[in-house]
Design a protein around this ligand. Structure first.
Ligand code: SAH
Ligand code: SF4
Ligand code: F3S
Length: 447
């Protein structure tokens, strides 16, 4: 056995996949290292959502090439969304890579290590869960995507929707909680699609849905918060939303990408909803959870987007007032419907101007929303600790249930990652809040 190094970019799904691969390697006796230079086995887990992401992997590979030239015994695997079904082009461009593996083809990644078959295929992978003790864990519940938005590479790389069983997910969440996890985020590209690919539950006509899954893990003692990512309006049924609102551990927080606030643009993107339908789902969420935090994603400069259509998107952002907006300039992805049929006709400078316009609008909105939180008290789950400016003081960072980032100071050594702390907000910014502790932690009986 030897040592491994895993480099990960992209979304939470990639983070979860890398965690699983690391757990599998450790089960086989391999040891992690902090830098590629010290590893016998280097794995790059890559993202292809935009050109920028692909370029990052190419740059990293440039550095790895020198390591491989210096020591040809090193094994190098590239996995994740830059790898499609055909790898000839990649092999030509990066001949020193030993294997290219599509997302989740862990067996293929391990094929370069000359392991016995039973250690990498069959029953091995389904039983491997990420095993690091972390207060926050990502748990994929539905893999792949069936939506085929015209601009998007994800379905071409991650395949059709496949839901895991409730039992398997519960088992994984229990394993996390037993190691100290307090908050889980259930992952899916369109997470409310959970269960749609499964047969009806015994004796009924409906499949189990995200609410059934959340209800099942809600019972796990020690688990404090449940989140979900990413939401997709047409899959968000009233049953799921009302069910979520009824479960106290489910946080009032949604990541609900709109992509555009203009019907013609949404139609070209084949998003599967209209602006009115999107607005109605937001209203439903807000009626059920008045304090909810909602973030969204927007693509500017998608093929054919006119200035007037872009203005409609700006207007929708002003109207719906999201807590956060992730804005991206359209990047053509080879193989997508858009790349074949919708010319990338918005000039780069125009894309950047639109991007900045949205950033400015959102900065003001986020500042206004956060300003209203001055003086309020929130439960914050600690996710980072670092030395403070004065001796004996630590700077803590965590999130509210609505996913607001809060910084506060605490006496050194009192709090640990994952602790719930009550904090009163005394300064507000567009992207974060600052506050002061108002309550000491309860005696921790369960530790
Ligand atoms: N499944 C989620 C998002 C997955 S991709 C959803 O349906 O919204 C994450 C984000 O990347 C998207 O929300 C989108 O805003 C952005 N994105 C995807 N493809 C892109 C492309 N070709 N160019 C620019 N941004 C893109
Ligand atoms: Fe891509 Fe659309 Fe699927 Fe999201 S829903 S992953 S944007 S195809
Ligand atoms: Fe995620 Fe990037 Fe793939 S965003 S699904 S790692 S293309």
């Amino acid at each position: 056995m030897g040592s491994y190094y895993i480099w990960t970019v992209g979304c939470q799904v990639n983070v979860a996949d890398s965690g699983k691969l690391a757990a599998g390697l450790r089960r086989l006796g391999w040891e992690p290292t902090d830098q590629a230079e010290d590893a016998d086995f280097i794995v790059l887990n890559t993202c292809a959502i935009r050109q920028q992401a692909e370029d990052k992997a190419a740059n990293k590979l440039g550095a790895i090439r020198f390591l491989k030239e210096a020591n040809p015994a090193i094994r190098v695997a590239v996995m994740g969304c830059t790898v499609g079904p055909r790898t000839e082009e990649l092999s030509e461009r990066f001949p020193f890579v030993d294997v290219f593996a599509q997302p989740q083809r862990f067996d293929k990644v391990l094929s370069v290590l000359d392991l016995p078959d039973e250690d990498s295929g069959g029953e091995f992978w389904p039983a491997v869960f990420p095993d690091e003790a972390t207060p926050f864990a990502y748990v994929p519940v539905v893999e792949g995507c069936d939506k085929f938005c015209t601009y998007c590479i994800v379905p071409l790389r991650r395949g059709r929707e496949r839901s895991r069983s409730i039992d398997e997910v519960r088992h994984e969440v229990e394993a996390h909680v037993a190691r100290g996890t307090r908050e889980v985020t259930l992952l899916g590209q369109t997470v409310e699609a959970y269960g749609k690919d499964q047969p009806p539950v015994e004796g009924g006509t409906d499949h189990a849905d995200l609410f059934d899954l959340m209800s099942a893990i809600h019972e796990i003692e020690g688990l404090q918060r449940i989140r979900q990512l990413t939401s997709y309006p047409p899959d968000m049924t009233d049953r799921i939303l009302e069910g979520m609102a009824s479960l106290p551990k489910v946080c009032e927080s949604f990541s609900l990408p709109v992509q555009a606030g203009d019907d013609e643009t949404l139609e070209r993107m084949k998003r599967g909803y209209t602006v009115a339908e999107f607005r109605e789902r937001v209203a439903k969420i807000r009626s059920l959870m008045p304090e909810v935090g909602i973030s969204t994603d927007v693509i500017v400069g998608s093929p054919g987007e006119t200035d007037a259509q872009f203005r409609n998107t700006c207007r929708l952002l002003e109207e719906l007032r999201f807590d956060k907006v992730h804005v991206a300039a359209y990047s053509e992805r080879a193989g997508t419907f858009a790349a074949r049929h919708q010319p990338d006709d918005v000039p780069q400078e125009e894309k950047m101007e639109r991007l900045h316009t949205i950033e400015e609008i959102q900065k003001r909105i986020a500042f206004e929303i956060n300003h209203e939180l001055w003086g309020r008290r929130f439960e914050v789950l600690v996710e980072a600790l670092k030395a403070g400016r004065e001796p004996g003081v630590e700077r803590l960072t965590g999130r509210t249930r609505t996913a607001k980032l809060v910084h506060f100071d605490a006496p050194q050594g009192v709090y640990r990652l994952g602790d719930a702390v009550e904090v009163e907000i005394n300064r507000t910014y567009p992207w974060s809040l600052r506050g002061a502790i108002v309550a000491q932690p309860e005696p921790a009986l369960t530790r």
